[in-house]
Write a protein that binds this ligand. Structure first.
Ligand SMILES: [Zn+2]
Length: 139
């Protein structure tokens, strides 16, 4: 077997030295990161308090704010328009008479609503239809 593929002594020394430097730097960096994170997140014991107490009374108490985020996300998902990829809130119900499923639709996708808000002439037309209906019931 030929030794032309065997690394030279200098190359072996440089390789071992490089791996040693990498190991030392990793060890020092890991300890520094661990010490910083223990202090930052409140894991470090001190003043007679346990690490769990320090975490939950410190940065761990901020986990409660995640519930606000998830609550807003669930509210939006529950109330947005049921048409695919529509981001608007579904203010109008559309009943499917065959399945009995009520879909929430926005003003743009509901078949009976053609504008974002009622105008005065729409309100007057609705009131006129109501008065006509009441007049027919009375007679
Ligand atoms: Zn929509």
């Amino acid at each position: 077997m030929s030794d032309i593929y065997a690394p030279s002594l200098l190359r072996r020394i440089l390789t071992y030295t490089a791996w040693t430097v990498i190991a030392v730097v990793t060890y020092v960096a890991w300890n520094a990161i661990a010490a910083w994170s223990q202090k930052f997140f409140g894991f470090r014991n001190g003043d007679g308090n346990g690490s769990h107490y320090l975490f939950f009374s410190g940065s761990g108490s901020d986990l409660a704010y995640l519930s606000v985020f998830w609550g807003a996300l669930v509210f939006y998902r529950k109330n947005n328009c049921h048409r695919a990829l529509c981001w608007r809130l579904g203010h109008y119900d559309q009943l499917d008479p065959l399945t009995g499923i009520t879909h929430k639709l926005c003003w743009r996708h509901h078949p009976a609503v053609k504008q974002r808000a009622l105008k005065l002439h729409h309100i007057e037309a609705i009131h006129g239809r109501y008065l006509e209906h009441r007049r027919r019931r009375a007679s």
